[in-house]
Design a protein. Sequence first.
Length: 529
Amino acid sequence: MINNAGKGDKRVMIIMDLTVLTHGSQVRSQIGNPIPYTEGANNSTDFIQETQRYRVRSENPTHQPARKEMYNNGKISVTGSGMTSYPFEGMKTQPLSSVNPYHTSLTLRSRVTLKTPIKTWNNTRGSGKLFSFSLVDESGEIRATGFNEQVDQFYDILEEGKVYYISEFIVKPANKSFSNIKHDFEITLSKLTSIAPCHDEKDIPFTRFNFLLINTLSEVDINSIVDVIGVCKNVGDVVIFTSKTTNTELKKREITLVDHSNTSVNVTLWGEQAEQFDGSLQPIVAIKGGRMTEFRGARSISPMTTSIVQVNPDIADAQRLRGWFDNFGSRLKTKSISARCDLVGEGFSGHWMTLQEARHAQLGTSDKPDYFTCKAMVTMIRSENVVYKACPNGDCNKKVIDLGNNLYKCEKCNCEYPNYQYRLLIGVCLADWSTSLWVTCFNDVAQEILGATAQEVGLSENNNRFLYESYFRKPLFNNFIFRLRAKTEAYNDEKRLKFTIAKVMAVDFNKYSKCLLGSIKSILGLKIH
């Protein structure tokens, strides 16, 4: 014991040597009641008495079960004492919600709800394999991943539906592109990871669902991850086709789910799930982590490899839904959010919106642009300063500088040319029944709207003003189908939301009327012919 210089009566003890009597994993509690050391006080008596009491407890341990198993680095060890090789039993565990990179000395007690097949990779950086699994407890969920050696050590040990203790793992921010779990972090198994089965499964749920009513799915962003439950009202046949990208054979089956919002949605099952699904008795189907997709205005759900699909799950939501459907739900006419509209052609987004909806949907505020489709009327076109002389070199399109000697310089290409090409950049005001919106359109789209080439417009600007102005009058009060791009751009240190026409086509009113009629019938729950 030495004085801590400059600290008055505070003292510091330096331990020169020690002998471990009992490992801390066996103690799992504070020994005695430590008090500050005081000069002259009888500090040793209480310590000696407490040490003697502790030794008595150590020499007469309580009876432990004869066999305990622990998976440490994939090996199973069996011991009589059960304490050294099985330190988890009775130990305090932490909830999954508390997992973060700043507190890694945790022991988790949670249930495996999903285990993916082993995936392999082989690229220029090497080869390897991995698997992932989802864990759940009463506080939430988290995703875990094992690589290479940990695949061999733990893959066969972990079983879906079983509860395990897990300790000594790595915590890192969650990669949301590979997971539908809302936890901000995920865990990675390491060489130090220990996993042991837990036979006390009380208070550990099997799966945590956050179900959305089917009638609200039309308001969910495309590619969002959703949980949904419904009665399987219709079942399609298994369809076998060849993937254009991978040239592999794929199998899929479409089923239709309906819930007590009296709305239905199509779900696409894949692979073995599609083959093995039996919907003959109209079972309850619960999906966790399905991806919301859309094609030509029709929304559907597609489960991923990390999704969970349960048939007739033993949960309260399923029981309530079964009662509703059997009593009167099966006789009700339903509306579908999966009714397709064949109005738009290739290259158009099926995500239809009014201009007012587009204004209030906060489109274009992320790093990537947003696209939507609308039917609107052209009400105004700016005709001044819309034609410019551009570089004739392929797709350069940069405005050229007139050098005054019958040569034109492109600063981008750093070349001089004896000629140029005209290009268009016009502003158009669109209007539908909800509101109006100014948009920008570039050369190709502008030519389609004006019904004239940029060369024709450019030549007429100075040579035939009447013809020039007629190009801008002709499209007014005509309807088109537009695919619009929304993106926030910075201009003079100010961010502005800009809408650009990405594609345009004339309205085929025959198809458009059929599309509207189909939507009305879908809303009313009528059969679509």
